[in-house]
Design a protein around this ligand. Structure first.
Ligand code: MN
Length: 326
């Protein structure tokens, strides 16, 4: 989507919001910092202009983000006896990302889709989709600004979290001068960024640390050490008394090994359901690798699910990774 049509879609979404009273904002399955930060920020902003806002919990909120202001606004809602004037999906590339709340989207009078995934399916009545944005949080910032809603510390803290977590603390390729311009304005509100950063990045539990050690002990590299792989099985989780969400950070840790270009983490959710996170450093587009398995994401960070056991899944993803180096 070019800038003109993005502007146009922004205007249309403002119209949609103005016309709507009961507005539902949905989190997605396995929500990340960008998703949670974005839904909270937009929810808080829309409350400021007297909208009836419902932030819908689609999946469990990882403990990393429970420090965020107004996190309790994310609740289980039953759509059955309610009118949904507008449903806003944030950071969700397709309808399936809304999990069981997909029915709410289908029931809503209008749907607004705001996202930055290249693979977005444009499922909304209005689609603010920009793959050039580092995070959905950037788009939420622009929308709030365009609506003339004043930023406050709570909104700013949520957008800061969204952008920081989706850019690997402003390090990914996707971070632009515009990202930093937005962050500058967020900091101007006086948010306590040190506190946010401690909560996000210096708050690892002992269980998570033990999982890191055990998982990293199984590190494998191949292809001239350009590829690094780590597996987290149910057994490993049990041994370290950790949860699958505690794998956060493992894949970027192994990406940071000097010769590694592609890092890959295999998460055994069930025996034949392996979720895979893939990261790259310089030149491999990992979203293309994940698309081969019906997944997707961004050039430097993507994911997919393979319905095989963990060894077979490893074999299959490695084949595609090696292929991508050709
Ligand atoms: Mn995102």
């Amino acid at each position: 989507m070019n800038n003109d049509s993005l502007d146009n879609q922004m205007d249309l979404s403002i119209e949609l919001i103005k016309q709507s009273k009961k507005i539902y904002i949905g989190s997605h399955i396995q929500p990340d910092g960008d998703n949670i930060g974005s839904i909270l920020a937009l929810g808080l902003a829309l409350k400021k202009i007297e909208k009836e806002v419902f932030i819908v919990k689609t999946d469990e909120i990882p403990s990393d983000y429970t420090f965020l202001p107004n996190i309790d606004m994310i609740k289980d809602y039953d759509e059955k006896d309610n009118i949904i004037d507008l449903f806003i999906a944030l950071d969700a590339s397709d309808l399936d990302r809304l999990g069981s709340k997909k029915t709410m989207v289908l029931k809503a009078n209008k749907v607004l889709n705001i996202d930055h995934h290249k693979s977005n399916t444009y499922f909304g009545d209005v689609n603010v989709v920009s793959e050039n944005s580092s995070a959905t949080g950037e788009l939420v910032y622009r929308l709030i600004e365009k609506m003339g809603i004043e930023l406050d510390k709570d909104i700013a803290a949520c957008i800061y979290t969204a952008i920081s977590t989706d850019t690997g603390s402003f390090m990914y390729d996707s971070t632009t001068y515009e990202t930093h311009e937005i962050v500058a304005k967020l900091l101007k509100t006086g948010i306590d960024k040190n506190n946010i950063n401690i909560n996000l990045y210096q708050n690892r539990s002992l269980e998570r640390t033990k999982l890191f050690i055990k998982a990293l002990d199984g590190l494998e590299t191949c292809f001239d050490n350009k590829v690094a792989i780590v597996k987290v099985t149910q057994e490993l989780l049990k041994e370290s008394k950790a949860k699958m969400e505690d794998t956060e950070g493992i894949v970027s840790f192994i990406r940071d090994i000097a010769p590694v270009e592609v890092a890959c983490l295999l998460k055994e959710f069930e025996k034949n359901q392996i979720k895979i996170s893939v990261r790259s450093k310089r030149y491999i587009d990992v979203s293309q690798i994940c698309e081969k398995f019906n997944g997707g994401g961004h050039k430097r960070a993507a994911g997919c699910t393979i319905y095989e056991d963990v060894e077979k899944a490893k074999e299959l993803i490695l084949e595609e990774i090696k292929e991508s180096f050709r």
